[in-house]
Design a protein around this ligand. Structure first.
Ligand SMILES: N[C@@H](CCC(=O)N[C@@H](CS)C(=O)NCC(=O)O)C(=O)O
Length: 213
């Protein structure tokens, strides 16, 4: 059984998608990051970085905690043998688009949201810098997907990990040029129409409602 600690955010939904795609049993523990639950001693014992998502896999009596969404997806892929080739060029193709997300679209769009919506002082340079870099990264994905169904060969953790932030970026930057990214929009619809992805989004939505009322 796997315990998943998460919240309804683009990073938090990644392992829910993966667990549903893999057909693994899991208990969903909602960590309300707006209430600071990610900084409690119990949660810090699982992820000393105090951020969701994190998992604890209790398998055959062994207790294994993993944090960082990229590491969680690789862990689950290796546990099940699904959505990540075991070796060779195809494995590194999937991994490069996985790390592209973790080091690229996630932090850049996250900072753009912060400087646009949350910063106490409006700093146009910061808003523009993160907006332009986010648009550039979305453009890289769009160009790559012009003649492909999935990011790296077959559907893989690269598609699973990129989905949430791309959806958020396409929506938030719609009037800044993202509405031109037709191949990326079509890919988002392909990923979003998968039954496991729909189940994941619904389950997370219901769990958040149950927690916040
Ligand atoms: N690199 C991390 C990012 C995790 C992350 O930024 N989580 C956010 C929610 S999307 C969080 O927990 N924020 C609360 C905080 O920073 O206190 C990953 O991919 O898992």
């Amino acid at each position: 059984m796997i315990d998943l600690y998460t919240w309804q955010t683009p990073n938090g939904e990644k392992p829910v998608l993966m667990l549903e795609e893999c057909g693994l049993d899991y208990d969903l523990h909602m960590i309300d990051i707006s209430a600071g639950e990610q900084k409690t001693p119990d949660f810090l014992a699982i992820n000393p970085n105090g951020k969701i998502p994190a998992i604890v896999d209790i398998d055959g009596g062994e207790r294994h905690a993993v944090f960082e969404s990229g590491a969680i997806l690789i862990y689950l892929a290796e546990k099940t043998g699904k959505f990540l080739p075991a070796s060779g060029p195809a494995r590194y193709e999937a991994l490069q688009w996985t790390f592209f997300q973790v080091g690229g679209t996630g932090p850049m769009l996250g900072q753009w949201h912060h400087f646009r919506n949350a910063a106490p002082e409006k700093i146009p340079y910061a808003v523009d810098r993160y907006k332009n870099e986010s648009l550039r990264l979305l453009g890289v994905l769009d160009a790559h997907l012009k003649d492909r169904e999935w990011l790296a060969g077959d559907y893989s953790i690269a598609d699973i990990i990129n989905f949430g932030w791309v959806r958020s970026g396409l929506s938030g930057l719609r009037d800044d040029g993202a509405s031109q990214l037709a191949a990326l929009m079509a890919w988002t619809e392909r990923v979003g129409s998968r039954p496991a992805v729909k189940r994941a989004i619904d389950r997370l939505d219901q769990a958040k409602r149950a927690k916040t009322g």
